[in-house]
Write a protein that binds this ligand. Structure first.
Ligand code: PEP
Ligand code: MG
Length: 869
């Protein structure tokens, strides 16, 4: 029979699938002999069953009852026992950390009787007992009974009347409990449940349900966490940080999650419980202050932190509570960190002998590297600094100030850059945080919700800028010196320094980009990147090439580590002013006109190719023959028609209109493109091949590879190939001739196509378009957001290669192509070539190289290394 409940002594950190991250790590800490309050974990399997069936699995209630009895025996008291109650917390904990996204209920077991027992336990501390009770009703009401949290908040604020929550007396809190009970009665039509087991049962279900809360769904989508994992639930004996000044609660990191530097990092809040720190409700003190407040606990915490870091061989974050001078560990996990910290820490751990370089490469990601390539603020010129907060998540963000999540989404949808400014954020602000370029808060430490979530998303964040007075209702904030900033005004925030500037501060390239551009690694971060990249390069099997169409991009690509060009789109050489030349060619009606157009194109082509060959200095350059979707290269039909209708058209316009009408296509992406155009316009491909060959003759060591686009049948390829080979032979230039695989038919007949191709390059943009039947130009705006919302796919197939469908075609073509021609060279040049997950796929599918835009090359190199390890 399935086992749905595990005592902390039964689990370990490898059971995250079943026990969630929190449960698995609580078990690990328990088994390490660290001070963890006793408890047990209900598995995510039970949650999945509940979510699928609408009821808990058979046997679960029994198992929970048994484990609760064991817990009660261990603690020597019973749940909710009137004179000496055991209280428990019910905490969510999924496999992947989703900070603040799901629910937790504390103080389960309190009711009108046991509140007195709790007061007695606490040495006659009535205030504490009533405070705990009101917290239970508040959390339970909001989480389990779905009551608007504002109702409780409002009652509390009214009672506080400007005071701190610690100033409330026992009597006042007792009154608040009555008020809260009234709210519950009014909102649910029932009394607050007094039976402790009933409280626990309902809380467990509420935690299960919170897996599907909208903000959790959104977070999972953002972080690409699978939707069907479910969450585990931890039932833990309560320990109290709100028993007085010898108690408290805190969050710590074993090193700085912002920079990676070793030291004491964290926040501590005296006389507080549970989520107070993370929620940023009151301002915390730095963890160093704990040494002064409670030296014994401080020393013990430091030693535990060292144990954990050595044991996990990584940065850990920790939640702890001190109850009357006794330290308890409530959570640990391998901590989230900024991209810069990830690189630094990985290398530090290598130097400390804790991990190998291979492991170091797996500890960083291509996405993190991409983040480090983001720009930062220029130090030059006038910068009007208005305040400084905490540097919670690095980056440089500029945008219009907004004060609500809704407004952030609304303006971002219109393409505006916004900065979300809040007193503190809560998990409901997630959509606004995603929409904003950056987040600024006036309250909360580096471990507040805003900071944790922003770091996880790689979003620039400054938090705890205490000098700011933020008023969302008046849509403004004030800063020292009488400065007032209203909604819509532009500010710039620096997540690396915590500085906030009025107006737009110019941004400049990152040091990491400068390093890739050739600067010597001289700071710690760049040195770390250098070591990790060097190791990734030494282990990777996949080559990395660039998609580049001009000498500048080619040169940059080389500096960034490209081993060749995988895609030079020749039609891109005719965008802008030269577009006219392609237009003339396509519209030519006579042989003479066509020849004149070709003659005009050829010298441009040749000199472009010379520039690229020179930049690539003997590395292979795959030149794709022209593939201009006609709608991108012809004058606009509607504009011409309007001109004609209003009598403004010249003779030329009228002639053009006739031609454009003739060539107009309903589905240009499926129309006269690629090889089809080459076969229809005589001399076009021949001109290009001649230009390539002649350019190659002028640049010693040039290695052109000629690539035919949009082939669907080997016959198309054969026709073009024959002509190309003749020209190459006549000019004495050696070049591979190959094809793109971008139609499903080419993939399905790859065995035949390989007869005429010396290489394949998968054009996964078109291959995705045609496999899914999704118009590349239309679907993303039309309905992808809806598809993502309802989970048809977790990520756009134009972004990450769809392994099941498109990937299957790729694998088939690889297999059949190589069967025909064992030395067939294989690459990919669609946008997927620079996407981390797709790079892993290409490695697994046995391709020889990936090709991507120059700025993605370092990402592809790193991911190609990670794919091996
Ligand atoms: C492709 O289709 O993947 C490709 C690289 O070609 P283009 O994007 O130019 O159609
Ligand atoms: Mg294509």
């Amino acid at each position: 029979m399935a086992k749905f409940v595990y005592d902390f002594t039964e689990g370990n950190r490898d059971l995250k699938d079943l026990l969630g991250g929190k449960g698995a790590n609580l078990a690990e800490m328990t088994n390490l002999g660290l001070p963890v309050p006793p408890g047990f974990t209900i598995t995510s399997e039970a949650c999945r069953h509940y979510l699928a069936e609408g009821s808990v699995p058979e046997g679960l209630e029994r198992e929970i009852a048994d484990h609760l009895s064991a817990l009660e025996s261990a603690m020597g008291k019973k749940l909710g026992q009137a004179d000496d109650p055991l209280l428990v917390s019910v905490r969510s904990g999924a496999k992947f950390s989703m900070p603040g996204m799901m629910e937790t209920v504390l103080n389960i077991g309190l009711n009108d009787e046991s509140v007195h027992g709790l007061a007695k336990q606490a040495g006659g501390n009535d205030r504490f007992a009533w405070d705990s009770y009101r917290r239970l009703i508040q959390m339970f009401g909001k989480t389990v009974q779905d009551i608007d949290g504002e109702l409780f908040e409002h009652a509390l604020e009214e009672l506080k009347n400007g005071r701190q929550d610690t100033d409330l007396t026992a009597q006042e809190l007792q009154g608040l409990v009555e008020t809260y009970k009234g709210i519950v009665r009014e909102q649910t039509g029932k009394d607050f449940p007094a039976d402790p087991r009933e409280q626990m049962r309902l809380a467990v279900k509420a935690v299960f349900d919170s897996w599907n809360a909208p903000r959790a769904i959104l977070y999972r989508r953002q972080e690409r966490i699978p939707a069907d994992l479910g969450t585990a639930v931890n039932i833990v004996a309560m320990v109290f940080g709100n028993l007085g000044d010898d108690s408290g609660t805190g969050v710590a990191f074993t090193r700085d999650p912002g920079s990676g530097r070793q030291g004491i990092y964290g926040d501590y809040l005296q006389n507080a419980q549970g989520e107070d720190v993370v929620a940023g409700i009151r301002n915390t003190v730095p963890l160093q202050d704990l040494e002064r407040i409670d030296k014994h606990s401080y020393d013990e915490l430091l030693s535990i932190m060292e144990t954990l870091e050595t044991h996990y061989r990584d940065l850990c974050d920790i939640e702890f509570t001190i109850e009357r001078g006794k330290l308890w560990m409530l959570q640990t996990r391998v901590g989230k960190r900024t991209a810069a910290a990830a690189f630094r820490i990985a290398v530090q751990l290598v130097d400390q002998g804790l991990i190998t370089l291979d492991e170091a490469v797996t500890r960083v990601t291509g996405d993190q590297l991409a983040q480090l390539m983001f720009p930062r603020f220029s130090q030059e010129g006038d910068r009007k600094k208005i305040t400084k907060g905490m540097n919670a998540s690095p980056g440089a963000a500029v945008g219009k100030v907004v004060f609500t999540s809704e407004r952030a989404v609304e303006l971002a949808d219109k393409g505006e850059d916004v900065i979300l400014v809040r007193r503190e954020t809560n998990p409901d602000d997630l959509s606004g945080m995603i929409a904003a370029r950056g987040v600024l808060t006036s309250r909360g430490g580096k471990t507040s919700h805003a900071a944790v979530v922003a770091r996880g998303m790689g979003k620039t964040c400054v938090c705890g800028a205490e000098e700011l007075e933020v008023s969302s209702s008046q849509k403004r904030f004030t800063a020292p010196g009488g400065i007032e900033v209203r909604e819509g005004e532009v500010i710039s925030i620096d997540g690396s320094t915590g500085e906030v500037f009025l107006g737009e501060v110019p941004v400049m390239d990152s040091v990491v980009v400068e390093y890739f551009e050739g600067a010597q690694p001289d700071d710690e971060l760049v040195k770390a990147v250098d070591r990790i990249m060097a190791h990734a390069d030494s282990v990777r099997r996949l080559g990395v090439r660039a998609n580049a169409d001009n000498p500048e991009d080619s040169a940059r690509a080389r500096r960034f580590g490209a081993q060749g060009i995988g895609l030079c789109r020749t039609e891109h050489m005719f965008l802008g002013e030269r577009r006219q030349l392609v237009e003339d060619l396509v519209l030519a009606t006579s042989k003479q006109e066509r020849q004149a157009a070709l003659d005009a194109l050829e010298p441009h082509q040749k000199s472009d190719f010379i520039g690229i060959f020179q930049a690539m200095e003997g590395l292979p350059v795959t030149i794709r023959l022209i593939d201009p979707p006609l709608h991108e290269f012809l004058p606009d039909l509607v504009a011409l028609s309007v001109k004609a209708a209003t009598g403004e058209a010249t003779d030329k316009d009228r002639a053009l209109l006739v031609a454009v009408k003739r060539l107009h296509e309903q589905n240009p992406m499926l129309g006269l493109r690629g090889v089809r155009l080459g076969l229809v316009i005589p001399g076009l491909f021949a001109m290009q091949v001649r230009a390539i060959a002649e350019a190659a003759r002028e640049v010693p060591g040039a290695r052109p590879e000629i690539m035919i686009p949009l082939v669907a049948a080997v016959q198309e390829l054969e026709a073009v190939r024959e002509e190309a080979v003749k020209i190459l032979q006549a000019t004495g230039v050696d070049a591979l001739v190959g094809t793109m695989i971008e139609t499903p038919r080419a993939a399905l007949t790859a065995g035949q196509v390989a007869e005429a191709a010396e290489f394949f390059s998968f054009g996964t943009n078109d291959l995705t378009q045609m496999t899914w039947g999704f118009s590349r130009d239309d679907v993303e705006a039309a309905f992808f957001s809806r598809y993502l919302e309802i989970g048809i796919f977790g990520v756009s197939p134009f972004e990450t290669l769809d392994r099941d469908g498109v990937g299957r075609l790729v694998r088939l073509a690889v297999e059949e192509g190589r069967a025909t021609r064992p030395d067939l060279k294989l690459g990919i040049c669609g946008e997927h070539g620079g996407d981390p997950d797709s790079v892993h796929f290409c490695h697994e599918a046995g391709l020889d190289y990936v090709s991507c835009s120059p700025f993605r090359i370092p990402v592809a190199r790193l991911e190609a290394g990670r794919a091996v390890l």
